[in-house]
Design a protein around this ligand. Sequence first.
Ligand code: WT7
Length: 657
Amino acid sequence: MTDIPAIDALYQESRKFPPPPELVSSAATNSTRIYAEGDDHQNFWEERARSLVWRHPWDQVLDWSGAPFAKWFTGATLNVTESCLDRHASATPSKIAYYFEGEEGDSRTITYAGLLEEVSRFANGLAELGVEKGDRIAIYMGMVPEFPVALLACARLGAVHSVVFGGFSPEALADRINDAKAKVVITCDQSRRKGQTVDLKAFADAAIERCDSVEHVVVVARTGADVNRVPGRDVDYRELVSRQRPVRPATECSSEDPLFILYTSGTTGKPKGIVHTSGGYLVGATTTHREVFDLRPDDVYWCTADIGWITGHSYVVYGPLANGATSVIYEGVADYPDKDRFWNIVEKYRVTQLYTAPTSIRTFMKWGDDFPGRNDLSSLRILGTVGEPINPEAWMWYRDVIGKGRCPIVDTWWQTETGHMMISPLPAVTETKPGSASMPLPGISADIVDDEGRSVPFGGGGYLVLDHPWPGMARTIYNDPDRFVDTYWARFSSPAEGRWRYFAGDGAKRDEDGYFWLLGRVDDVMNVSGHRISTLEVESALVDHPSVAEAAVIGRADPITGQAIAAFVTLKAGVKGNQPLIAELRDQVAGKIGKIARPASIVFTEDLPKTRSGKIMRRLLRDISEQRKLGDVTTLANADVVQEIARRAQMQATTEE
Ligand code: WT7
């Protein structure tokens, strides 16, 4: 476990918080019995599946005969939008599905009846453009009400959406469109961010120049900016939907038909198209949303994630809608117009559950208690976090300053690949410990293993594995089933013995009580503000620059963003490393991947520390960046370079201050 930093030093945390008694007495899920029920995995999930709308029932709950390619609820048919929309539109038509809050303070409310109508019109519009079941549709949008509408309209038709986060560059968008051969792209004229506008349509145009598969582009007018319109290809969203009928029968899909593809970074330069299917995914997302947030009919739930990430797919769109919840969607950033915007929104809508990322919580902490102090936060009942490990200090701040000590914190561990939460407390059942995601949810089974794949006893650390299939698990990597097996299953499974273990890529420790403490990635994947970024992708973007000979990238610990990207760059002969070049290289990465992948620091160096076989020793670069005593350098081919890099990194750190 050499790659897990300071495993033993972490978390001497001993505080424990039982669920508040008033929550225990009023919550639907309030007994530890639920964990025992979950031990019978298939029965547990089958019972949850009954709360959704199916057209035709299943023959089998789980077909694991093709492991590790799972099938859940085989033989069943459904259309996920009938669980998310139709049943609520008839039972509670005027219930609010979404409160939309624009960054400039404009707002809209969307009822379940209204949402069903809009989705049906857009589904008809997409059908008019030739979209059919199984077609892939790329979605590249800002956080506006039409964003969930776009996902659901695809689902209504059985088309497969591939959402690309609106902060990604044209190049990243083009790669994803091409991998999935998307037929239609749905975008906005512009998006709003921090009082500025982002030219999404122009970015989409630049991407589509390189994409042969795209037949049409649907443009939602968010700002009304005068954008380029390609005749015959581009269609205005409003013009398209207003000429459609408000009804669209949902296309019957098999439980295992793909619902969406979502790309995520791995340890190579090529993102993986994670494929999720319909029935099992919806069962998992809906159940966890209801049980982890103790959802009640009058709640106003707010997940701050962008729909461009898995958290938005599962906990802004599918889970909350299938549960008939009322959610808030906020378009912009947390410090516009001021640093109390989130707390204004909590007060304005009387938010009961807030689900956000540790990086945001640490940022709020840095801004100070005065900002949340300006608003009435007494409506809050449950606080959630996701995306990266939360340090006990930030956890306590969240509990005390935002939750006023009344609200349990649910630290939810999961991934794009798992589709829904895996490890998390149940707020009215589980005693929580600051910094621990606690235990696998009912119906989920996890373990910690050592390098040889042996289960590590309580008190020890190792690699986190999931050792039983679950309904929302990724079914494959689009176009690359071998990579799916190699990346997640090969390392710790023994197919001969019929034992399959999914390797998540995270290190974890389990304490004497069986609580899991997540320790971050053990592979070459960084986690910056809860976003997964591959070191290799950033390195390739840097090396593409004409001045760069070689680059190595690592994630160094950062008090706000969890990790910050630190790049070490060797330049081609005769090129001088200076500030303008640093700026140019950061732009280069923003252009190739997106602003989120821009290195926080770039150090120029004559050489990079390498093993004799030529492998870059990223561990040493991490030691340098975090100003630790340097690890073993004896295996290096060029040991002297390390001191020189350390000196330069130190110099740069000093000039930054
Ligand atoms: C990786 C997955 C799941 C939605 C957001 C990110 C890290 C996620 C936690 C948590 C510690 C966490 C892991 C995981 N992670 N949640 N509660 N505690 N680490 O989705 O981009 O697929 O990234 O995020 O390292 O492997 P993702």
